[in-house]
Design a protein around this ligand. Structure first.
Ligand code: SF4
Ligand code: SF4
Length: 431
């Protein structure tokens, strides 16, 4: 009989060998990328710098579509108070969810510490204000867009995109910032404010939740809430700073982040070319980061040149893959091949109720990001496997998607817990 210690040692050895094998072929990744660039069958206009081999088609804005999401419209705008955690706080998902929603992040000491910092950027003074009275002379929209993106990267954004603000992304009403309701009790959930926002553009910012931490986590242990909060706080801080900078130039700008939104981010992210809607039905998947990110945005009237939506073959890939649905601990994600109509557009509809109940009620940790962990697009190590994989996926072939998902499963990618990356401490007595 093997001892537990020996078993663990063997597993570590297997993972290390596998990783070395995957990394060995970096040159093959280069070849795959070259092949992608030379392949005449696809008319790609853009290739992301980091997703080697991934073909990303720039789509522009077309009536009846937002990127690869079909609009059968009119799209119904929603109230912020009708979104997951607000519904839990309002008692729609049962008594346990109502109680647990106030503690599912703070119960982990690190998640709670990061989350508490969000209250400083939740205020109106942090997200908005009057523009400077004198407008400064600015470069043309193309150069200004490049400058804004570089500024966001300087502020530590991992990805930045600019889009036309879809009017349906705006909430009908804004609820009070969640940290103020949940943790401070200083605001009432009934206190709704109508949203009026006429900004033509949206700048979107992504912050990575950290690959190694994700590899060391089950996706629903104690670090999950901290990963979310870290990226929420960082992207929110970047958005507030960027909006303040734009106002200093004499233009109107408002930051939107997890502690103070006027909009639902997914349509804004798609419009800004930062990804396609995934099978999860809620998360926009980026070709390099997967959905291992949190996002924030700035809406503005600063003259900019929008990037426009992109297509890297995700819709076809998700139709076949279903890996997130197979591994979701709450059964919230659809297994259907076809998308269905939801509030005026097509998507895979998941159960917000099941997902929220699991995340707030998780007794094995804090929150959940299991779908994010297992998604093949999340695992972006510097290996030929992912370079070749990104290329194959972007060919939009159902067969390639099935094959890739099976290879991903065969290598245990996305489901392994790599002990060497578990740097944090668990506090199970608090769960
Ligand atoms: S966050 Fe967790 S519970 Fe929610 S859909 Fe993803 S895997 Fe399922
Ligand atoms: S796991 Fe598969 S089905 Fe789910 S979002 Fe990722 S690619 Fe799509």
């Amino acid at each position: 009989m093997l001892s537990e210690k020996q078993r663990q040692k063997d597993r570590e050895k297997f993972l290390t060998t596998r990783r070395q094998f995957l990394k060995l072929g970096t040159a093959m990744g280069g070849a795959a990328g070259l092949f992608a660039l030379m392949n005449k069958k696809h008319t790609a206009e853009a290739v992301t710098s980091k997703a080697l081999g991934s073909r990303v088609r720039q789509l522009g804005y077309e009536e009846g579509w937002l990127g690869t999401s079909r609009i059968v419209g009119p799209i119904q705008r929603t109230s912020e108070a009708d979104h997951g955690f607000y519904l839990a706080a309002r008692g729609f998902f049962g008594e346990d969810a109502k109680t647990q929603v106030t503690r599912f992040i703070p119960k982990h000491p690190l998640g709670g510490a990061i989350s508490s910092m969000r209250t400083f950027i939740a205020t109106e003074a942090a997200v908005t204000g009057n523009p400077a009275q004198r407008k400064l002379s600015i470069p043309d929209p193309k150069r200004m867009t490049e400058h804004i993106k570089k500024t966001a990267k300087f502020l530590k954004a991992d990805e930045v995109g600019v889009g036309i603000l879809p009017s349906y992304a705006l909430y009908t009403h804004r609820a009070p910032p969640l940290p103020k309701v949940l943790y401070e009790g200083s605001a009432s959930l009934e206190d709704l404010t109508p949203v009026v926002n006429n900004h033509p553009y949206v700048i979107c910012i992504l912050v990575d939740q950290n690959l190694e931490t994700m590899l060391g986590s089950t996706g629903y242990d104690g670090i999950s809430g901290s990963q979310s909060m870290m990226s929420y706080l960082t992207s929110g801080l970047i958005a507030c700073t960027l909006a303040a900078y734009i106002r200093n130039l004499g233009y109107s700008a408002r930051a939107h982040h997890c502690a103070n939104y006027e909009l639902a981010l997914p349509p804004a992210l798609i419009s800004a070319g930062l990804g396609e809607m995934s099978r999860t039905g809620e998360s926009v998947l980026h070709p390099r980061l997967g959905f291992r990110h949190k996002a924030a945005a700035v809406t503005t009237d600063l003259p900019l040149e929008p990037d426009g939506p992109i297509d890297f073959g995700l819709r076809e890939f998700c139709a076949k893959c279903r890996k997130c649905a197979e591994h979701c601990p709450s059964g919230a994600i659809s297994f259907e091949e076809e998308q269905t109509v939801y509030k005026g557009y097509m998507k895979w509809v998941n159960s917000i109720e099941k997902c929220t109940q699991f995340r707030v009620g998780n007794r094995d940790g804090s929150s959940c990001g299991r779908c994010m962990k297992v998604c093949p697009w999340n695992n972006k190590e510097d290996s030929w496997f992912h370079s070749a994989g990104a290329y194959l996926a972007s060919t939009r072939s159902g067969l390639a998607a099935t094959l890739l998902k099976e290879i991903d499963d065969m290598f245990g990618y996305g489901t392994e817990v790599v002990e060497q990356y578990r740097w944090w401490l668990e506090w199970p007595e608090l769960y």
